[in-house]
Structure formats: C-alpha cells, structure tokens
Design a protein around this ligand. Structure first.
Ligand code: ATP
Ligand code: MG
Length: 269
C-alpha cells in the first residue's frame, strides 16, 4: 500500500502571530509535489511545522502519516515514521562529523526501538554503504570526514541533503530550497540527485523558486501558497506559468489572501 502524508486544515502560529491559515494537502508515496508562492507566504513555516519545530505552534488541524496523528510528536519520532526535511538554512553542528551524524540518523530510522548507545548500524557495513552512495552521487569520499555543515558552502550543504536522502530513504521528503546563493552546478547536483533518488518509494514536496529543479523532477501537483493558504493547485504547467509570469495573476484572483500576504511581508520588513 502507498503511504499517505495527510495535512488537514493546518493553522500554525509563531508566538501570537498566525502564519498558516488552514493548509490542506495530501502527498502519497511516489508523488512529486511542488510548493510555490511569493516570499513570506508561509512555505518554510509549513516545512518547520511538518518537522515539529518547537517555535511553530499548531493551533488547529492535523498532520497524519498513514492515519497516525503526528501533530504532537517530536521531530525524531516523525523521522522514524519516514518523514525527512531539508531546511532552507541547515544548522551547523560543531564537532559532529558527517559520517557519525548519518550513522546515528540511519540507525534511528532503521531500528526505531533502539536506545541511545545501543543498536548502532555496524561500522564496516555503514562505511561501505556511505561510500557506495557517495560514489553514485559523484561526491568526494573526504566529505564524510568533515564536521556537519561547518564551513560548508551553499552547494556543499545541498550535497549533504542529497546524501542524507540517499542514506535515509524516507517515505516523505520535504525539501525547502533556498534559491539565492546556489550556483547552477549546485542546482544541478540537487536536481539530478533528487531525480535519481525519488521513485515509487518516495513522496516529495519541493519548495522552490527554481525552474531547473522542477524540470528534472516534474511535479504531478503544483500548489501555490499566498497569505498562509494554498490558493491554487494544478499540474506542472502551473509551475511553468508562475515561472514565466510571476504571482500578479494569482494575487488578482485571490485578493483576500494577497492582502494577508502583504501584511506578512510588511511585518518582516
Ligand atoms: N520564527 C519566526 N519568527 C517570526 N516570524 C516568522 C517566523 N517564521 C516565519 N515568520 C513569518 O511568517 C511569514 C511566512 O514566512 P515563511 O518563512 O514561511 O515564508 P516563505 O514562503 O518560506 O518565504 P520565502 O520564499 O522568502 O522563503 C513571514 O511573515 C515571516 O516573517
Ligand atoms: Mg522560505
């Protein structure tokens, strides 16, 4: 059976400020969804809420994986259920090497009952696996010896995400891509890497302003967020239209949401 990530009428606040105002979306294993929308519309907020970030409070609605309500679960429990999130601004974890981080993350996901300090995947087996994946992705093996995200360039952070995806093989991957600062090589790495990894076993939500990413990974569904709501859903032609024409038409079709988005932008400025 295909797994289902189901988001129902999700309202999310940061502090006292409501940001998401009722988001409903269903992502099945094997599907690619694109989430687009102007700056400040709430895309990253949705990603953080899905991840279970403590600063993002769900005030209404639910997130379910195969009927299991994960809305109140900790981030690591969600990961064990097969949810993976790559952030627009990944954290630096000083003193933790890429390989050690991945060995723990992979062990947690494959062996959900494991207690800290027990049941780590065997070193030899793990080394072989990480080397194989890095070779497939065209990555320098030295990378695994570096400290996680410390001094990583934008492109290296993206490679790290793709390596994580390859190792964890989540059922659902949410990729919040920052578009600024990525050169075309980095965009290519992510696009091709994702195309290689996604398939019938993975449901993907791509948050992006980049056309390239969607060219390599054509979405069956494109959602447009405005003012904390999904105001339109279409197929990949909607993504093309937005890339070509921007959001003026969408704003005109949804004046209420557009007004709320403008307030959000003003609050940020
Ligand atoms: N931690 C936070 N503290 C204060 N405001 C926040 C926080 N997170 C999000 N917001 C506000 O919520 C609104 C939506 O922000 P969000 O980052 O989700 O937008 P986005 O659609 O990802 O935009 P972009 O395309 O620029 O990445 C903005 O007004 C933002 O300032
Ligand atoms: Mg964002």
């Amino acid at each position: 059976m295909n797994s289902l990530l189901k988001i129902t009428d999700l309202h999310v606040s940061v502090g006292e400020t409501p940001i998401l105002r009722g988001v409903t979306m269903e992502i099945r294993q094997g599907e690619i969804h694109a989430l687009m929308g102007p700056n400040g519309s709430g895309k990253s907020t949705l990603a953080y809420a899905l991840a279970g970030h403590p600063n993002y409070t769900v005030t209404n609605g639910s997130i379910e994986i195969d009927g299991v309500n994960v809305t109140e679960m900790e981030a690591d429990e969600r990961a064990r259920l097969g949810l993976f999130l790559a952030f627009q601004y990944p954290v630096v974890i000083p003193g933790v090497k890429v390989a050690d981080f991945l060995r723990h993350a992979v062990s947690n996901v494959r062996n959900p009952e494991r207690k800290e300090g027990e049941g780590l995947i065997g070193m030899r087996e793990f080394r072989k696996e990480i080397r194989d994946r890095m070779t497939e992705l065209g990555m320098d093996h030295e990378f695994a010896r570096r400290y996680l995200n410390e001094g990583f360039s934008g492109g290296e952070k993206k490679r790290m995400e793709i390596l994580q995806l390859a190792m964890l093989q989540p059922r659902f991957a949410i990729l919040d891509e920052t578009d600024s600062g990525l050169d075309s090589d980095a965009v290519r790495v992510v696009s091709e890497g994702l195309a290689k990894l996604s398939g019938p076993q993975m449901g993907v939500l791509i948050i992006t302003h980049h056309e390239r990413l969607l060219e390599f990974n054509p979405p069956q569904f494109t959602h447009v967020m405005l003012g904390g709501r999904i105001v339109e859903t279409g197929d990949s032609s909607l993504a093309h239209e937005l890339h070509a024409n921007g959001y003026a038409d969408v704003r005109a079709r949804h004046p209420q949401a557009a007004a709320e988005n403008i307030q959000a932008e003003a609050a940020t400025a």
